[in-house]
Ligand binder design. Structure first.
Ligand SMILES: [Mn+2]
Length: 328
């Protein structure tokens, strides 16, 4: 049976009474966090709210098809105060940049967390967290329904995009009947599903494909055949004129190999950190591996950033994964 966490009435009341709202998506914004933020922005604008959006990194070009994504989102007036702030699609403070640090925190008003990740800290006053939901976009749809605010095609397209992206186009195990019901509600507004699919999957810059081709040459599969890893260096990116956002989804190529249970993509960032994205086919909880190294995520998808040499990190991860995988 489907377990459904009821939306906290206090959240709806807070959103109704607040005049100035801040919506925050997580660092290195993905489709779900961005579409949740933008769907909520469009909805709250409809009921006359003053809405600001922020994320520590601005939205990448591949997210600019989302409705309401015009303008920059990584700038926020330092003195602006809010009645309420909504944190979207992550559970820990570090995932939102410095916005929750003092003294910045004092101007955020009531902090509301809306999320579907397994890992999370107590960083908000109110929360709507449901790990059974496919995406934060689905939770935002729930909020809009209970507010209630009338859906339109722009809001629906954002929410549908978040769902499609976080479920791997309805393939992942986080897809359930509630996911399809929510998607159906969005489609009932008349949005074009091919439009969304085209923007998500048929619109890659050629630099991305060139980088993918080079990245696949770094593939290593463990002796057991259960662990695959790929690496992307800064040098590769510079030589091919590629950007960070293009790496989204590369890790899935490792997982797609027959017999592989856990796949990892390590990529060097501009600030010297190495970003580690992990995917599991289901047997192993990669959120646990990530947690052992200071990260977080879901059972089948997790990630974190670490300082250090990319190849040494790959070795360390292979060892941790081998221990976990030995049981399967
Ligand atoms: Mn999500």
């Amino acid at each position: 049976m489907e377990i459904k966490r009821e939306i906290n009435r206090e959240i709806i009341e807070k959103l109704r009474s607040a005049k100035k709202l801040l919506l925050v998506s997580h660092i290195y914004p993905d489709v779900d966090t961005a579409s949740s933020m933008l769907a909520m922005k469009l909805a709250l604008l409809k009921v006359g709210k003053e809405v600001s959006c922020y994320n520590a990194h601005d939205l990448a070009p591949n997210l600019r098809f989302l409705k309401g994504s015009e303008g920059r989102f990584d700038k926020l007036h330092p003195k602006k105060k809010f009645d309420a702030t909504v944190l979207l699609d992550a559970g820990t403070a570090d995932r939102f940049g410095n916005i929750l640090d003092k003294p910045s925190r004092d101007r955020l008003g009531c902090i509301i967390k809306v999320d579907h990740h397994l890992t999370g800290d107590d960083i908000s006053d109110l929360e709507f967290v449901d790990t059974k939901r496919s995406s934060t976009a689905e939770l935002v749809a729930e909020i809009i329904k209970h507010y209630p605010i009338e859906l339109d095609q722009d809001i629906a397209m954002n929410i549908y995009s978040g769902i499609v992206s976080d479920t791997g186009s309805f393939r992942y195990s986080n897809t359930n009947s509630a996911t399809f019901k929510c998607a159906a509600t969005m489609l009932a507004t008349g949005i074009n599903t091919w439009d969304v699919a085209m923007n998500l999957y048929e619109n890659r810059p050629v630099e991305e494909i060139r980088l993918l081709s080079r990245t696949l040459t770094t593939l290593e599969v463990s002796d057991s055949g259960k662990f695959a890893s790929l690496i992307v260096t800064r040098k590769d990116m510079q030589e091919l004129g590629a950007e960070d956002y293009m790496l989204d989804g590369f890790v899935n190529f490792g997982r797609s190999i027959k017999g592989v249970e856990v796949s990892v993509l390590l990529s060097e960032k501009e600030d010297g950190m190495v970003k580690i994205s992990m995917r599991s086919k289901g047997a192993v909880n990669v959120a646990e591996i990530a947690a052992a190294m200071g990260g977080g995520g879901h059972h089948n998808a997790a990630g974190f950033s670490k300082k250090g040499d990319i190849r040494k990190l790959r070795e360390k991860l292979s060892k941790i994964a081998a221990e976990k995988l030995a049981k399967y």
